[in-house]
Design a protein around this ligand. Structure first.
Ligand SMILES: [Zn+2]
Ligand SMILES: [Zn+2]
Length: 289
């Protein structure tokens, strides 16, 4: 069997290739990809190259189960899966074997030998390792989840970026007993820098956990309007302010008058991170996505 795939070549070009698909082994699942999102890191890889090229990019995707290996019965939440089910796939795969995997299993980013879908050479098995492909061979050691029937299939491609946003919000919550105004808590004030996909989902996540004020910062009108639809209580348009002047404009809107409790930096530019450090009130929290 063959699959059409988009391949980022060694020279940085995107081309369409036909890739041979192995029959799924006993611990594998063959997915027919429905939709794959384009992440900022895909654009970065396209502009600056990827050391493991040629790769099939795509780590935010959703697919339909075409064939299941004999030893696979459930998804990672231990729910049964069957042909025709819709699955969304976690991009990172920890080795399960290094010191970090043994001792810090809940911190998969620390793994010494981490594998990520959409970044491995198409020349290595299982060849189809990214979502920008007609088919995808899912290995059992990967984490994957069945998308509930009630959810539109294409929304499954947003599960990965949404989990980035919910993780950012969780990182702002202090462990243990909450101390007044430290980190994120009910009614607290949050600034989200950047209203791109991750920023918008962070606005929604902060609103969902009970932030009292969510201020979205961007310079594109459509994004700020979208942020309001996602739950932002305030917006600050960077294009209306010179330099760092917007930081004072934010502070004026917050209950402290001195900045929010939490700032989440979702722009991904070094200058935005420098500004992030100046935005919260004294003793506030900064989360870098
Ligand atoms: Zn991504
Ligand atoms: Zn590991």
């Amino acid at each position: 069997m063959e699959s059409d795939a988009i391949v980022l070549t060694e020279s940085g070009d995107l081309e369409r290739r036909t890739v041979e698909v192995d029959d799924p082994g006993p611990d594998q699942v063959l997915l027919r990809v429905e939709l794959s999102g384009v992440c900022g890191s895909d654009v970065h890889m396209w502009q600056h190259g990827e050391r493991d090229s040629p790769v099939v990019p795509g780590h935010e995707f959703v697919g339909i189960v075409e064939e299941i290996g004999a030893d696979v019965a459930t998804d990672s939440a231990r729910r049964p899966i069957a042909e025709g089910d819709v699955l969304t796939v976690v991009p990172g795969i920890s080795c399960g074997d290094c010191w970090y995997c043994e001792n810090m299993p809940t911190r998969p980013l620390t793994c010494n030998d981490r594998d990520v879908h959409g970044f491995r050479s198409v020349e290595e098995p299982p060849h189809l390792h990214g979502g920008m492909s007609e088919y995808f061979l899912l290995e059992d050691r990967a984490h994957f989840y069945r998308v509930p029937d009630a959810l539109e299939t294409e929304l499954g491609a947003l599960v990965e970026p949404l989990s980035v946003a919910t993780h950012a919000v969780e990182r702002a919550q202090p462990p243990g007993l909450p101390h007044a105004r430290e980190g994120l808590g009910m009614g607290h004030s949050v600034v989200v820098q950047g209203a791109g996909p991750i920023g918008l989902l962070t606005v929604a996540a902060a609103t969902t956990v009970g932030a009292g004020q969510v201020i979205a910062v961007d310079m594109i009108d459509e994004r700020l309007a979208m942020a309001e639809r996602f739950g932002a209580t305030d917006t600050v348009d960077l294009s209306e302010h010179d330099g760092d002047e917007f930081i004072d404009a934010i502070a004026e809107r917050t209950p402290s008058g001195d900045g929010p409790d939490v700032t989440v930096e979702a722009v991904g530019h070094p200058s935005a991170f420098e500004q992030a450090l100046e935005i919260p009130h004294n003793g506030g929290t900064v989360v870098e996505v």
